[in-house]
Design a protein around this ligand. Sequence first.
Ligand code: RBF
Ligand code: MG
Length: 325
Amino acid sequence: MIVAKTIEEIQDAVQGASVTIGNFDGVHLGHQKLIGLTCDKAQQNDLTSVVVTFDPHPLRVLTGRKTPPFITLIDQKLRLISQYGPQVALVLEFTRELAALSPEQFVKRFLVDGLGMKELVIGHDYHMGKGRSGNYGTLSQIGEDMGFNVERLDPVTYDGAVVSSTRIRDLVHAGDVWDAMPLLGRFYQVEGEVVHGMKRGGKLLGFPTANLKLVDELFPKPGVYAIWVEVDGEVHRGVANIGKNPTFGNDALSVEAHLLDYASDLYGRNIRVHFVQRIRDEKKFNGIDELKARITRDVEIGRQILAEPEAAIRLTRANIEKAAK
Ligand code: RBF
Ligand code: MG
């Protein structure tokens, strides 16, 4: 997948495109289906498949606020999008000037003149342009004038409710990572660099942890989780604690992973943490021995949860395949 930030970079390579456009936060089942259909239409009509998205997220620019925390950061989003097969991702810088364009202006400049768009695939609730005035109806009309076809997909539902970034954010925020998994088609994941923590874990407790460098993204609510940890493409079992370590009274939130059966230290390395299931709330213990005993139990529970890796991995794959249809 080619990643471009401007039309100029790809204009010569893309002469005729099948396009889907959106924020795609989380690259969830609904997004996966949009991207899949965009690729199918490209193949059928001899076009280039292009995913158009924005960075920063329009909400950040338009509200000036930091909330909500997003499910995916841009690099992670692009890596996930690439798994669903588009040839090009165009990441347009979202600015107030861009937001002020009418749908006609935006579509003409970027999608029609820029990419030679012939097919546009949009989600059921898609809106774009100044005052969000571009919707399925107005875009179809613009398409008739400018020579492209618009297809709107019905919402993807799971368990009787629409799959949406908001629903996934709420689940993860509540710690319900296991329930977010089928909506994402994979476990909820965060990635980042391992930084130096409080140095208590290994020596004092006998459970060394890799502390993630925190960036502005969505984390499950404080508590203990069974996790998979990816290090350089290898997958390890682990348990994570998210919280302020009330037993020791830290001020700052930390996200730390204790890897089962893996002893090397991970400082400076990049790891990806997949949250499988929530085990319990974080607690203030009366001393180190009580905390150690409880972590020992967490590790046992973690092993049980992760005992069937194949089954868990098959489950995420099945969801991805289902979404691709
Ligand atoms: N610290 C707490 O104060 N309360 C907890 O309930 C708690 N649970 C933990 C569970 C696991 C599986 C791990 C790895 C750590 C936990 N910790 C908890 C964090 C512990 O205090 C921390 O790893 C050390 O203080 C080193 O930073
Ligand atoms: Mg640590």
